[in-house]
Design a protein around this ligand. Structure first.
Ligand code: COI
Length: 363
């Protein structure tokens, strides 16, 4: 067990909770948050659950200038029999530490982070929505807080977890989205920070997203940063294609985020005995598959939307419709299965789900 004791400073003032049917994504936050500080020489210290409130930071805090920050995203679900489930949360904290390593942020005690998350969720359990398609989105993040303008790793940090009751990420829900293949901007290059979950990757994606939205596309398809030929990700998600019965996703190459939903999809497909490949795949190959009628499905995968079917690509002046613009059977089956495992409605043959109360130590 981690040696730190989490302090509780709870507020009697509770906010009004939104109605399930009014939930969007990431706009409403619960009454409390978890905070822990890091100081060089002292390590991570003072873990605490405090009222959700604005932070007071020095304007010279390094995060504002050089973007040394990392984050994670995962969800908690309330089952029909009132159990609280997390989906593979240990993987999020493992990835957070990989992101930390890349951004020169000190390693976190993953066990303490998971314990802190569970304690925070139990504190806020009344905020977990239980209507179909809703969950409590969890955003752990770390920011560099040393007041200093030198370009160097910070000597002070804050690790924070905030919670937000959410509905679906895209207004389309599980309905197919239109995707513009991005040929000018790139998201990441191998050797860069593409496989880390760091704020800068998302900041650099905004321009392309803005251009795509103006043309009425929901998201962009990112190509590799070197040749702009090979497919990397879609929007802020991993991407899969079904071509002539085989499901293909770009292999992890140093610039692609190692998605937890991506991994779960691969495991499920294998479990179902469906052919699945992780390999390099070019846009030209997608075009050829489209022309020969073999491009059967395409979809994005991520925590926020789970599965997001793609109904159309636009590339080099050419429109390619996938599955007549409708959600394909593989995307639908994956969505139904993963969300049912997450909600505790279906058996979990992989032991992905973690029940929150089981691991709570007596306070
Ligand atoms: C996800 O698909 O979960 C994401 O990474 C999107 C998130 C940045 C809102």
């Amino acid at each position: 067990m981690a040696e730190h004791t989490i302090q509780f400073d709870l507020t009697p003032e509770r906010k009004l909770k939104p109605k399930s049917e009014e939930l969007g994504f990431g706009k409403v936050f619960t009454d409390h948050m978890f905070v822990m500080d890091y100081t060089e020489g002292q390590g991570w210290h003072n873990p605490r659950i405090t009222p959700y409130q604005p932070l007071t930071l020095d304007p010279s805090s390094m995060v504002f200038h050089y973007g040394q920050s990392v984050f994670e995203g995962l969800k908690a679900y309330m089952t029909e029999d009132n159990r609280i489930l997390l989906f593979r949360p240990e993987r999020n904290f493992q990835r957070l530490n990989r992101s930390n390593e890349r951004l020169c942020i000190p390693e976190l005690d993953e066990e303490l982070a998971l314990e802190a998350l569970k304690q925070l969720i139990l504190t806020e359990k009344e905020w977990i929505p239980n209507a179909e398609g809703t969950s409590l989105y969890i955003r752990p993040f770390i920011i560099s807080t040393e007041p200093f303008l030198g370009v160097a790793p910070s000597s002070q940090y804050k690790f924070i977890i905030i919670l937000s009751p959410v509905g679906s990420y895209y207004k389309e829900g599980i309905h197919p989205v239109k995707i513009l293949v991005e040929s000018e901007f790139v998201r990441a290059v191998a050797g860069g920070t593409g496989e880390a979950k760091t704020a800068g990757n998302y900041a650099s994606s905004l321009k392309a997203q803005e251009v795509a939205s103006r043309k009425e596309y929901s998201q962009v398809l990112w190509l590799d940063g070197l040749e702009k030929k090979y497919i990397e990700e879609v929007g802020s998600m991993n991407v899969f294609f079904k071509i002539n019965g085989e499901i293909i996703t770009p292999a992890l190459n140093g610039s692609i985020l190692e998605g937890i939903t991506r991994n779960s999809v691969i495991e499920l497909l294998k479990h179902w005995g469906m052919p699945v490949a992780e390999r390099r795949i070019s846009m030209e190959e997608i075009r050829e598959a489209y022309k020969s009628g073999q491009l059967e499905e395409a979809f994005g995968t991520g925590t926020a939307a789970v599965i997001s079917p793609i109904g159309e690509f636009f590339w080099n002046g050419e429109k390619m419709t996938v599955n007549q613009g409708a959600t394909g059977p593989t995307a639908k089956k994956l969505y139904d299965t993963i969300t049912s495992i997450q909600n505790g409605k279906e058996p979990d043959p992989f032991n992905w789900v973690v029940e929150v109360d089981q691991y709570i130590t007596a306070k």
